[in-house]
Ligand binder design. Structure first.
Ligand code: PGA
Length: 249
């Protein structure tokens, strides 16, 4: 199965010029490879700057809105993203859940809307450190998955990528142990099998994210349960991001 290396630039870099430079440096350092899908998710305002130069690199957004259009100041719709050549959209990132109060219900609405417009949601789930210490990881993930995927059909689920991002591992320099990431991936597959069926569970794409870099990337990527990485901090340095992709050969 193809592996995914997805850059989540978050609220970076600080200017359009720097965004273009970063993108072009990444592009220059890479060749198209059949075994890997490289995706860049910049802030909304840089999507149009980058989309003229895409080639084999795919574009994703970091968020979307759940209504089609209208009086929703500051929001960006899925159709707008589609028209800017986005193929993917990150939904339910823990920073959006925590800082912007996004609930499972909101996330579910966004997932359904993204699917309706032909975007592939990168659906983020993950537990806090406290939840992990209280041995509630699976309980939290099960709730997030069940609620986030409510009324998502068998046909639609195939378009979804699940990204396991333990909150304590994000930007902390404490990546999740490879074993735990694998155990969680297996857990997600079992749950998807229960909610949908075995074939769908086998095929669903599961990523890991949280303090990944060129040193630890391959620990996750060599695992057949994990189809790729959602990379934050390390995706802002072109050389480092390219190195991560090159660990796949
Ligand atoms: P990080 O972020 O790689 O900087 O830990 C990952 C993410 O939040 O998607």
């Amino acid at each position: 199965m193809k592996k995914f290396i997805i850059a989540n630039w978050k609220c970076n870099p600080t200017t359009q010029k720097k965004a273009k430079q970063l993108f072009l440096s990444v592009k220059k350092g890479l060749k198209n490879k059949k075994n890997v899908e490289v995706v860049i998710c910049p802030p909304f305002c840089y999507l149009a700057v980058i989309n003229n130069n895409l080639s084999f690199i795919k574009l994703g957004a970091q968020n979307c809105f759940f209504e089609d259009k209208g009086a929703y100041t500051g929001e960006v719709s899925c159709e707008m993203l589609k028209s800017l050549k986005c193929k993917y959209v990150i939904i339910g990132h823990s920073e959006r859940r925590k800082i912007f109060g996004e609930t499972d219900k909101i996330i579910n609405k966004k997932i359904k809307k993204a699917l309706k417009f032909g975007l592939e949601p990168i659906f983020c789930i993950g537990e806090t450190l406290e939840e992990k210490q209280q041995s509630n990881t699976f309980k939290v993930l099960e709730k997030e998955i069940k609620k986030g995927l409510e009324k998502v059909s068998k046909k639609e689920i195939k378009k979804i990528i699940v990204a396991y991002e333990p909150i304590w591992a994000i930007g902390s320099n404490h990546p999740c142990e490879e074993d735990q990431a694998m155990t969680v991936a297996l857990f997600i597959r079992k749950l998807i099998s229960r909610l949908y069926n075995k074939q769908i569970a086998k095929k669903i794409r599961i990523l890991y994210g949280g303090s990944t870099n060129s040193q630890n990337a391959f620990n996750y990527l060599r695992n057949s349960e994990i189809q790729g990485l959602l990379v934050g901090g390390a995706s802002l340095k072109a050389k480092e991001f390219i190195k991560i992709i090159k660990t796949l050969g």
